[in-house]
Design a protein around this ligand. Structure first.
Ligand SMILES: *[C@@H]1O[C@H](CO)[C@@H](O)[C@H](O)[C@H]1NC(C)=O
Length: 167
């Protein structure tokens, strides 16, 4: 009887402990820590404030945004395993959500899925590059895209630094 009561008392705590373990993610809040909400260009068709954030179980996130030339992740050459192309300047790398010469905006996409973003050793890591990446050519101000097709068989990892959602 006594044992039964003790069990009844501790059971809720044990269950709560289990539940917390399942839903905890060791990575930070990707939206509040990495999203740059004030980068919005007022003249674009879809100005800022477009990111819809939802926390799922574990490290599942919903980061819903319009695809577009101002929707991308940005990182530095020291924070990616992508080898810097010859003539890349040190601005870093832009992981694109569409091809550079596509000027249309939309549709909505879920960015964690699109870029295969996973939480590894408490860091958010990009693993998929469906539209490749771009970099600035040294001394020219020219933005060059390496298309997604050239990235399909690669297993490059890029730490998330900043991201933008501006269609
Ligand atoms: C993460 O940050 C976003 C935006 O600031 C917020 O809406 C969300 O509730 C935060 N999630 C957690 C678990 O704190």
């Amino acid at each position: 009887m006594k044992i039964g009561i003790i069990l009844l008392c501790i059971l809720p705590f044990v269950l709560a402990g289990c539940k917390n373990k399942i839903s905890v993610c060791s990575c930070n809040n990707i939206t509040s820590e990495h999203y740059q909400p004030n980068y919005g260009m007022e003249w674009t068709d879809q100005p800022d404030g477009l990111l819809f954030h939802k926390d799922g179980a574990g490290c599942k996130r919903e980061l819903t945004c319009y695809k577009g030339s101002f929707t991308y992740f940005e990182s530095n050459w020291i924070d990616t395993t992508i080898p810097p192309p010859d003539y890349a300047d040190d601005t870093g790398v832009k992981i694109l959500s569409q091809d550079l010469e596509t000027y249309s905006i939309g549709p909505y996409v879920e960015l964690q899925e699109l870029f295969g973003i996973v939480c590894e050793n408490s860091k958010w890591v990009i693993t998929k590059y469906p539209f490749g990446f771009s970099y600035m050519k040294k001394g020219t101000g020219e933005e060059i895209q390496i298309p997604g097709e050239e990235m399909t068989s690669k297993t490059y990892k890029t730490f998330v630094k900043k991201f933008y959602c501006d269609g």
